[in-house]
Design a protein around this ligand. Structure first.
Ligand code: FAD
Length: 329
């Protein structure tokens, strides 16, 4: 029986989907170890404590809340020192962060400060005796490395979407804590956080991603992709590197080996060939739908549903069908 730590990421005063995934994964690990507790750390500007109850829904027994005006923009130096001190004091078996941009910045700093082992971007893990055994995809997903982390705490960053957030309702206790170091005295000053895409849903959080490739033919035709995303209501627009390199979409939309790694409930690939570097970023999506005029396109090898045809002709019909289905409820 061992307690597990989870870092619950927030942005702009709201919890991110990866926060629930980290807490859920920590719950599973604690249960597998014979019933330890899950302690989630929630950090942000004053007022962030109001989100603690949401973490209890996903299995947190305790939420450690660190409220400080200087942490509104997630100062990673202060965060790392604070998380490391709490993890050390808590004697945890494992500490789970997300392999999000913030988690990838934070977790290695924490591991270095504690002098413990860490595995990045893992998709699965289990306890095997004294070790934590994790799966880590490499070479664009062609190889799955199995890594054994010995010693406590083992630190992992969990690939977004690799594990679903599962409800395991608890009345989480709340403990207030102070940052270990003064965020104002940090050498690193985060002046502003600008979220790509303005107020639109981030591709890392969206349950549906509608993604376009060179088969869309032009930047203007991405209006058709946006229309489909709007029809779903909970979708974000993604793109291939061919598209972002051509300047049809911003680089923040790029999905793949050198872009974002996503695993939404539904991934709709429109005019995308399915190059290995693109697949590496979306193969973990729960359901994949592809539209391509070439029936031999590699994207169909990973797709659950495929339509062979001209995406420009099919998109308006699909958008109308989605709107109609949603209108019927
Ligand atoms: C080191 C490295 C890293 C890379 N990283 C990434 C990455 O992170 N993400 C990424 O996406 N790529 C990445 N790439 C690029 C990758 O190899 C491909 O070149 C790219 O994914 C292709 O994009 P695409 O599918 O939009 O274009 P294409 O390969 O040109 O495919 C276009 C597809 O559209 C179809 N099509 C054309 N017209 C229509 C139509 N009217 N209706 C329906 N279908 C149509 C075609 O049949 C074709 O299958 C990387 C490459 C390298 C070397």
């Amino acid at each position: 029986m061992a307690n597990t730590f989870a870092f619950a990421e927030s942005r702009g005063g709201a919890l991110r989907r990866v926060a629930f995934e980290a807490v859920s994964a920590a719950r599973a690990l604690a249960d597998a170890s014979g019933g330890g507790e899950v302690h989630a750390m929630l950090v942000g500007a004053p007022g962030i404590a109001s989100l603690a109850g949401e973490l209890g829904k996903y299995g947190a027994d305790m939420v450690i809340v660190v409220e400080h005006a200087g942490l509104a923009n997630a100062n990673v130096e202060a965060l790392a020192a604070t998380a490391a001190a709490r993890i050390k004091a808590g004697g945890y078996r494992a500490a789970i962060f997300s392999a999000s941009a913030q988690g990838r910045d934070l977790a290695p700093r924490v591991a270095a400060q504690l002098g413990v082992s860490m595995a990045a971007d893992v998709t699965a893990f289990e306890l095997a005796g004294d070790a934590l055994v994790v799966k880590h995809p490499a070479y664009a997903g062609k190889v799955i490395a199995t890594l054994k982390l010995t010693g406590s705490p083992a630190i992992v960053t969990l690939r977004p979407g690799a594990r679903a957030a599962v409800e395991a309702v608890r009345e989480a206790r709340v403990e207030s804590a102070q940052p270990t170091s003064d965020p104002g005295a940090s050498k690193l000053v985060v002046k502003e956080m600008i979220v790509g895409g303005g107020t639109k849903l981030d591709i890392g959080d969206a349950p549906v991603i509608v993604s376009g490739g060179r088969g869309l033919k032009s930047a203007e035709n991405f209006k058709l992709v946006e229309d489909l995303a709007a029809a779903f209501g909970n979708a974000a627009v993604g793109a291939t590197r061919a598209v972002t390199d051509d300047g049809w979409r911003p680089h923040s939309d790029q999905i793949g080996q050198t872009g974002r790694q996503v695993s939404p409930e539904l991934y709709v690939a429109l005019g995308i060939s399915g190059a290995i570097q693109h697949i590496a970023g979306m193969r973990n999506s729960r359901t994949i739908v592809a539209i391509n005029k070439d029936k031999e396109a590699p994207i169909f090898k990973v797709a659950d549903y495929g339509i062979v045809g001209d995406v420009i002709e099919i998109l308006p019909v699909l958008t109308a069908a989605v709107k109609e289905a949603r209108a019927k409820g």
